[in-house]
Write a protein that binds this ligand. Sequence first.
Ligand code: GLC
Ligand code: MG
Length: 466
Amino acid sequence: MPSLTLRFSFSGFPRSRCCSTPTPKLSSFTSFQTEVNFRSIMDRLTSAARLMIVSDLDHTMVDHHDPENLSLLRFNALWEANYRENSLLVFSTGRSPTLYKELRKDKPMLTPDITIMSVGTEITYGNSMEPDDGWEAFLNNKWDRKIVTEETSKYPELTLQSETEQRPHKVSFYVQKDKAQDIMRTLSKRLEERGLDVKIIYSGGMDLDILPQGAGKGQALAYLLKKLKSEGKLPNNTIACGDSGNDAELFSIPDVYGVMVANAQEELLQWCAENAKDNPKVIHATERCAAGIIQAIGHFNLGPNTSPRDVTDMSDCKMENFVPAYEVVKFYLFFEKWRRGEIENSDLHLSNLKAVCRPSGTFVHPSGAEKSLEDCINTLRSCHGDKQGKQFRIWVDQVLPTQVGSDSWLVSFKKWELCGEERQCCITTVLLSSKNVTVADGLTWTHVHQTWLQGAAASDSGTWFF
Ligand code: GLC
Ligand code: MG
C-alpha cells in the first residue's frame, strides 16, 4: 500500500487508523424517536447479546451465483433455531434503502435487528427501519455533498451510479480499475483543499464511494458497539462478515471476529494481508458466502454451528432443554421436505406428528377457517410431493418465543413459502406446551393461528396448508 498521508481510504484499503476517528457522543444528537426504536431492540434482550453478526449482503450473506439460495437458507435455519432469541443480527450493506428492499423481495432473507446501509452512512433499527438521526447528524462534520458533486464533475472517467444510490452522505460512481487510484489521489487532495474531510472507498473493482471521513461500515459498527456498551449490553461476541473493499474497515474494529468468505474480492484479501495478517481473529473461510459465516461460527467457537437444514435425522438431535424456536424450525423443515417429496410418504411420519399435537388442538387458517390440528395432519397426506421438482422453499423469520406459563410458550414468527417466483407469508403464532412430556418427546403443539402478512397473501388461499 502506498504510504499516503491523506485522510482517505486508498483503493478500498482503509488505513487501520479508521477506528481511531472519534465516534460521536451518543446523546448529543440523537432524537427521542431514535431512542424509542433502539430501546425496543434493547428490551427484547434480557442481557447482552450472546452473538452479534454484522454481515455484508451481496456475495456475503447472499450468494448471487446460487439460484437455490441454499447456504442462505441454511444460515436462516441456524439463526432462527439457535440465536434469534438472544442475539443480534445486523446487515451492513453498500446498498441504499431502495436497493436493499429490492434484494429482500428477491431473496429469502431474514429480518435483521439493525440495518446499516449506504456504506455505513445510514443506520436503522427494527422492522420499521427507523433511522438513527444522531448518526446522520454526526456525519455532517466537514461534509458538503454539493462540493463533492462539483469536484467530481471535473472527472469524465467517473460515471455516476443510479439516482437511488446517491444519498445524503454518499456520492457513488463507477470507475475503471486502472483509473481508480489516480482519481482517488487527486480527488481527495482537491476535496481537502475545499475544506472537506472525506473517505473514498473502491469496491468490487468498479464502485467508487465518497463518504464523510467519519462514515463507513467499520465506523458505523464502532458507533453501534459504543451504543450497546452504554446500555450495559456489549455483545459477548461480535463477528463481522464480508467480501469486498467496503467491508475492510469491519476487520479493524478491536475485539471483533472477522470472516472473509471464500469468494472474497482480491482488494479485500490484499487489505487483510497488509493490515490484519497476524490477527488470529480474522479468517479467510474456505466456504462461500453464508456457508463461510457458518464455518466461522464453528471456527471461533461462538456457539452452535450445525444448521437444522443439515440434520438428516431430526431424532438424532439430543436437546438438553425445551427449545421452542427449534421445534418450530424443525417442523417447517419437515413440511418443506414432505412437499418436495424428499421424505417418504409414510404413516409413521404422520403419526409422529400427531403425537406432538394436543388432540383438542386447533388451527386457525389465514382464511379464518378453523379446524383441529389432527385434521390438518390428515390433510398433509394429500400434499406429499406436490412440489417435487419445483423450486419450493419454506423458511421462518423472527421466531420469538415468550414463556407464558410454567409449561407453555407462545412463539410468534413469519412463515414464508416460496414457489418459483411466488411468495407468501403468514404471521404465525403457536402455543407450545411441555406438560406431561419429556425433552425427548418434544413440545406439544396446542394452538396455531395464522394471518396473512400484508401484501403477501396467497391468491388462492386453498393452496396454503400450514
Ligand atoms: C452497493 C451500492 C453502491 C456502492 C457499492 C460499493 O452496490 O449500491 O452504491 O457503490 O455497494 O460500496
Ligand atoms: Mg459484498
